[in-house]
Design a protein around this ligand. Structure first.
Ligand SMILES: [Zn+2]
Length: 399
């Protein structure tokens, strides 16, 4: 399976270009006042605008698109021709109009036009991977046991998994998306991931060279937050807490992911909950949030619980640790919603209740009283779907 052309060699003016020639990262995020907008910038902008509308809101006619966006019918027809040639949009039959004349041909976003390879490195015992279509539906899946691998061994397993999935792709490949624990910069360098034994691993560069494809690497919690925003029900201001091999949070303010000046926003796993605790952490400190809340540590603690009451006590203590770390964040940012993502059998019940009670106790309830804490409904594939959303966001300007 070869990747689609992302070289950008085809001028955007020509119809039928490979979709990757209109990469979002080739467009300045903001055009300064007084700066002339080049025709190709306008074209990319218009293309993303129409594609986003069809992706998020379902079928529209060309006339609908022109009316909704304020673009001329000629511009809309022009861009739609390109999208049809790229197979990103398909014609799905006519709808009778309210006015006399020819019925309007409806256009639909084509979820099956391209596929992504997505990896989730956030689990403690295995790396999960899948081939997904642009609707977030899994087409094929594969996983590999970690068996304690770290460093170069872990990297070799990741590369092997991408290779295996790459062979199962059955449509043009839009790109590869990876959700990993740790701190990841905008260039896809994993600056630090203690659970994987990685430091300064140029994961994006390594994989894009090896597979000649666009690659997006992001922190797993940020990928999860993006999945909730794209496929779930999340509010615009959301704190998403991912519980897996580590514990991290993805923060969306006004729907925009907040990464922080050093890309470590939401790295709550190594906040010390109890300075007097002797619980050792992979980071070298003791008493970090992760030492109560990572899936591995919870399983260890639960294995020593003999009765239901003891089991509930373990989960309550983990929930209290989480609540004590989240309370100041909620208070500082006036967050309205917290979403927990991870194994439901662990998070549901005493853990979630204790976390919410602790936040209420520690933050001003009259100001933050309407805060909602819920479990993500997106299931085990949430990071994989988030990784797909990352690729779509970078390559198509949507999701
Ligand atoms: Zn730690």
């Amino acid at each position: 399976m070869t990747c689609i052309d992302t070289s950008g060699a085809t001028p955007p003016e020509q119809p039928g270009q490979a979709v990757g020639t209109l990469r979002r990262d080739q467009v300045p995020a903001r055009v300064r006042t007084g700066e002339k907008v080049r025709p190709e910038q306008a074209r990319v902008h218009n293309r993303e605008l129409l594609l986003r509308m069809l992706y998020r809101e379902g079928p529209h006619s060309r006339a609908d698109l022109a009316r909704r966006t304020g673009l001329t019918r000629v511009s809309v027809s022009d861009v739609v021709s390109d999208l049809l040639a790229d197979d990103l949009v398909v014609e799905v039959g006519t709808r009778a109009g309210t006015r006399p004349g020819k019925p309007a041909m409806m256009l639909e976003f084509n979820e099956r036009a391209y596929q992504t390879v997505a990896l989730d490195l956030s689990h403690s015992t295995l790396y999960r991977g899948a081939v997904l279509d642009l609707g977030g539906t899994v087409v094929a899946r594969q996983q590999v046991e970690i068996e304690g691998s770290t460093g170069a061994d872990a990297l070799a397993k990741v590369t092997g998994l991408v290779e295996a999935l790459h062979r199962q792709v059955t449509a043009p490949l839009l790109g590869i998306g990876i959700g990993t624990p740790g701190i990841v910069d905008l260039g896809g360098v994993v600056l630090s991931a203690p659970n994987l034994g990685w430091q300064d691993i140029h994961l994006q560069a390594l994989l894009s060279e090896r597979f000649a494809c666009p690659v997006v690497v992001s922190n797993d919690a940020n990928a999860t937050a993006l999945a909730e925003r794209s496929y779930g029900e999340s509010a615009a201001d959301t704190l998403l807490v991912r519980v897996g091999v580590g514990v991290g949070a993805g923060l969306l303010l006004g729907g925009t992911p907040i990464l922080g000046s050093r890309f470590a926003a939401g790295e709550i796993g190594h906040v010390v909950v109890d300075a007097g605790s002797e619980r050792p952490c992979v980071c070298g400190k003791t008493g970090c949030l992760e030492t109560w809340l990572s899936t591995r540590r919870i399983q260890e603690d639960l294995s020593g619980a003999r009765t239901d009451a003891e089991r509930a006590r373990v989960l309550t203590v983990a929930g209290e640790a989480l609540g004590s770390v989240l309370a100041p964040i909620v208070a500082a940012l006036n967050i309205s919603e917290i979403v927990l993502s991870g194994p439901h059998r662990v998070l549901e019940g005493p853990l979630a209740t204790a976390a919410m009670d602790t936040i209420r106790r520690r933050a001003l309830t009259e100001v933050h009283g309407d805060i909602v804490l819920r479990l993500s409904e997106l299931g085990d594939d949430i990071v994989l779907r988030g990784a797909t959303a990352m690729v779509m966001s970078q390559q198509l300007g949507i999701a």
